[in-house]
Design a protein around this ligand. Structure first.
Ligand code: NDP
Ligand code: 8X3
Length: 258
């Protein structure tokens, strides 16, 4: 039987690669994000695999938008088997005492509250059908804290705690919950973190081979294709050149030069 997955933040990076990977492996998909043009072009690409694709534009920070988009899915789309809570971002890398509260609010509202709103909307249907799998994209920043990581790390620690909380609450209903925690993945992540400063963003990935979004998508595919009695609780996936959030073996530097 074909399965349906919903992926938040499918317009770039890990979400986009996951959409491609799942479509190639026979999933029908609801892809979401804020950038309409990117959603439309991705929908066209994904439809070439033969999968059914629905594109929904909404901002996960708005509970009203989330509920309007997901609260009344048509019968052909409302039996969701897999939810990938991927939409997220870092904004800034300043010490806390120099931090910008608008950056803090964006991270907290997207990474924590957005994930909660989407999960609150989708999980009752999974419970009613007694099947489902929720995957939360955490981070090495949810396992460790690094200088300047303050609020971003706190949001990813929250993802770690909420993943464990969801697992308890959904356990009696047969819903699997998985956390995927990558190290450095070259996507739009650093460009967003550094507010569009391309030179600074590119530097994050210089001097070693970072993960690709496709490497993370492969972990997600592995987790969602295990048999019903197997739940992958947590995957931490790092570049081979990365030992911790801040220590990378670079050809020119030994510490992550953010
Ligand atoms: P990208 O910036 O490439 O992708 C982020 C995605 O999230 C985009 O599709 C964006 O879509 C979406 N998004 C951001 N804010 C919102 C919002 N308010 N509402 C809806 N969608 C939103 O980064 P990544 O692919 O790297 O990041 C994906 C996840 O992986 C994030 O949770 C990130 O924290 C995590 N991660 C990334 C790592 C890395 O090194 N890259 C490592 C560990 C974890 P749009 O702009 O169209 O709304
Ligand atoms: C993204 C990885 O190390 O920049 O979550 O926080 S890191």
């Amino acid at each position: 039987m074909r399965q349906t997955a919903i992926i938040t933040g499918a317009t770039s990076g890990i979400g986009e690669a996951t959409a491609l990977k799942l479509a190639e492996n026979g999933f029908d998909l609801i892809i979401t994000g804020r950038r309409q043009e990117k959603l439309e072009s991705l929908k066209e690409r994904l439809e070439k695999t033969g999968s059914r694709i629905s594109a929904l534009r909404f901002d996960v920070r708005s509970e009203a938008e989330v509920n309007a988009a997901l609260g009344n899915l048509s019968p052909e789309w409302n039996a969701i088997d897999v939810l990938v809570n991927n939409a997220g971002l870092a904004a800034g890398l300043e010490p806390l005492q120099q931090g910008d509260s608008s950056d803090w609010n964006r991270m907290i509202d997207t990474n924590i509250k957005g994930m909660l709103y989407v999960t609150r909307s989708i999980s009752p249907g999974m419970i009613a059908r007694k099947r489902g799998h929720i995957l939360n994209i955490g981070s090495v920043a949810g396992k460790e804290v690094y200088p300047g990581g303050n609020v971003y790390c706190a949001t990813k620690h929250a993802v770690d705690a909420l993943t464990k909380g969801m697992r308890f609450d959904l356990l009696p209903h047969g819903i699997k919950v998985t956390q995927i925690c990558p190290g450095a993945v070259e996507t739009e992540f650093s460009l967003v973190r550094f507010h569009g400063d391309r030179a600074r963003a590119d530097k994050v990935y210089e001097g070693y081979e970072s993960l690709t979004a496709d490497d993370v998508a492969a972990c997600i595919l592995f987790a969602v294709t295990r048999p019903p009695h197997v739940n992958i609780s947590d995957i931490t996936v790092m570049p081979s050149a990365q030992a911790s959030a801040t220590v990378l073996h670079k050809t020119q530097h030994t510490r992550l030069d953010r």
